[in-house]
Design a protein around this ligand. Structure first.
Ligand code: ARG
Length: 467
């Protein structure tokens, strides 16, 4: 980038009424080219559509539009080729592109900005960029859901401890646990889909704020840019950033889900749990402790919520209380969204890869599920069902049996019939049918429950949804 500490002459784009250029610090705070150059493709696409519309409506000549549209393609290839002379004194991507166009095609370039303002231009460019991110998030989530589905399918009947308070609660299946994340990521995906439908309207042609006296065709530019319609209110069109706030909000919720799964992977891959082994591709070693296999990717995914939520809070704070229509504050929208989008896409891709390559340790999970009195609820339910005890009494009897097993240093299925009868004389040997973890999960047949049949039904439903 060519940095000019101080301009002696006024800005060539808007400096008509200025005698001198801006102070160097003014230029530094004002310029966005350092980051909004990332919108170059959208800027050029928007300008090409605008120029074509100006010619079609007779506002400029066909030959001028042709020169502009061809020149813009040259600018595009210069930027993509890495030899574009970005200039800080030209503030932003819009004026950098237009100034270069002027150098390339001369006078016709000056007609491009007819019936348009940088306010609707930046709103259009940014909307196009964010729209691509909605699509990337939807694709990334689809891949992630497929990865979780593949785990769920492999282990639909693998038993693991289900937790509340991170204490062993009741046995569940690995498939059921994976499908819980499929539901979360499915909601995330539909949030992005919803918001994308809502945001797909064109601000272009709102001009500075009030619309324009030129006979422009906003429907034509909206269509050329893949929007469903032009935005209905020009003041709203230039001042709305809901599309970015919704993207950040949906990203934040998605990042919460990612961080919860990441946290579980960190716990499960520890030497104390060993529920899962991460492949070499997704682990790192320690330079001092040779035994270490660190789940760095999971930890970093867990941390990304910090940046994404930070960006969300930042942009909400920028937008809050801004009077209509455009204010320069809104230039601060881009870096936050860029960073959040980059973080989200990376986290989604890393989580998909990690999950696809993950090995769940079936035996280890089953052994853990079989300890910790995880079938105590099944025992209490049996006492209610078979002996007619009120649930509260059954809960009490079961509590005494847990205490007995604890004293004996064994688990519930290891108690003898005599042990069981010493607490409640009505118990008979049919009870052993419910004390095992496989019986326990198989019995949870309620809709959405952990029974393998239920889990498989949900897997089928999701595969149909994604097909
Ligand atoms: N760089 C500006 C932004 O990102 C473009 C719009 C400038 N508009 C203006 N009236 N100064 O918001």
């Amino acid at each position: 980038m060519t940095d000019r500490p101080h301009q002696d002459s006024a800005n060539s784009m808007w400096g008509g009424r200025f005698a001198a250029g801006p102070d160097a610090i003014m230029e530094a705070i004002n310029a966005s080219i350092g980051f909004d150059r990332r919108l170059y493709a959208q800027d050029i696409r928007g300008s090409r559509a605008h120029a074509a519309m100006l010619a079609a409506t007779g506002i400029i000549s066909d030959s001028d539009a042709m020169a502009i549209r061809e020149g813009l393609l040259t600018v595009l290839s210069e930027i993509e080729g890495g030899d574009f002379p970005f200039r800080t004194d030209l503030e932003d991507i819009h004026m950098n592109v237009e100034a270069r166009l002027k150098e390339l095609v001369g006078e016709p370039a000056g007609r491009l900005h007819t019936g348009r303002s940088r306010n609707d231009q930046v709103a259009t460019d940014f909307r196009l960029w964010v729209r691509d991110q909605y699509d990337a998030a939807i694709d990334g989530l689809t891949a992630l859901i497929r990865a979780a589905l593949s785990q769920a399918e492999a282990g639909a009947d693998w038993v693991m401890p289900g937790f509340t308070h991170l204490q062993t609660a009741q046995p569940v299946t690995w498939g059921h646990h994976m499908m819980a994340y499929v539901e979360m990521f499915g909601r995330d995906r539909s949030r992005f889909q919803d918001a994308r439908r809502r945001m797909n309207e064109s601000p272009l042609g709102a001009a500075a704020l009030a619309g324009t006296g030129y006979p422009i065709d906003r429907h034509a530019t909206a269509q050329a840019l893949g929007f469903d319609a032009p935005m209905a209110n020009s003041l709203d069109a230039v001042s709305d950033r809901d599309f970015a706030l919704e993207f950040l909000s949906a990203s934040s919720i998605c990042a919460v889900h990612l961080s919860r799964l990441a946290e579980e992977l960190v716990i499960w891959s520890s030497a104390q749990f060993r529920f899962v082994s991460m492949s070499d591709k997704w682990s790192t070693g320690s330079s001092i402790m040779p035994q270490k296999r660190n789940p760095d990717a999971a930890e970093l995914i867990r941390a990304k919520i910090g940046r994404i939520l930070g960006a969300t809070v930042a942009l909400f704070t920028v937008m809050k209380g801004l009077p209509l229509a455009y204010s320069k504050d809104m230039q601060e929208d881009k870096e936050q969204v860029f960073d959040a989008a980059d973080s989200l896409m990376l986290a989604l891709a890393a989580m998909s890869g990690m999950l696809f390559d993950l090995t769940a340790n079936r035996d280890r999970m089953e052994a853990a599920a079989s300890s910790g009195f995880s079938t105590a609820t099944d025992l209490a339910d049996w006492l209610v069902r078979e002996l007619g005890l009120p649930f509260r009494d059954a809960h009490h009897v079961t509590g005494s049996l847990v205490a007995l097993a604890e004293r004996k240093g064994c688990d519930l299925p290891d108690l003898t019939l005599a042990d069981l009868r010493s607490v409640h004389a009505g118990i008979d040997d049919r009870v052993f049918g419910v004390l095992g973890v496989h019986n326990s999960v198989a019995s949870r047949q309620s809709y959405g429950g952990t029974a393998p049949d239920q889990v498989r039904a949900q897997i089928t439903r999701w595969k149909e949804r994604l097909a």
